[in-house]
Design a protein around this ligand. Sequence first.
Ligand code: UDP
Length: 191
Amino acid sequence: PEILVKVSSVKKPHYRRILLKLSGEALENRAKGLHIDPEIVGKIARRVQVVVNQGIQVAMVVGGGNIFRGVSGEARGIDRNTGDYMGMLATIMNGLALQNMLEKTGIATRVQTAIEMRQVAEPFILRRAVRHLEKGRVVIFAGGTGNPYFSTDTAAALRASEIKADVLLKATKVDGIYTADPFKDPEAKRY
Ligand code: UDP
């Protein structure tokens, strides 16, 4: 596997516990027509592995935009509530893909969902999540906040606060927070 950071070259880590937010699009490969590209997910998993091996506790929140977004569904006639639940379920599929690839690197991982799905993942239980983190397991929070009309960014902020993460890191296509989507609006200004 590729090694991005030589562990010996890393000084004492700045953070003890991080929450990494990945947008669903980070997992997709449009060129190959794949909503979830196992190769890309594998690469992400190996990067996370490097971080975990430094003793940093890693929690993750994953989006679902590569599969379904409530707002886009609404534009095609699916009620927003229903579409948002479909979007939340999409994040769980992404979470399972990430878990699978992380486990292939040897990192113990738990998925916790905001919408109960006991056969495939644990329900979100804060104290349990913290316990997993303390044991060095990666915890993937899937299902967003469990509520329609929110986004997985909100879920990331919420879970980061709940687990008392030192930092919330967002891996996304834009380099900051804008007044509008900079890909769609040329007038968008970066805060
Ligand atoms: N979603 C929701 N409530 C949440 C989180 C997500 O209703 O707390 C739905 C919403 O429809 C959203 C979709 O799930 O569009 C996928 O999440 P998001 O758009 O945040 O994914 P990302 O853009 O990060 O891939």
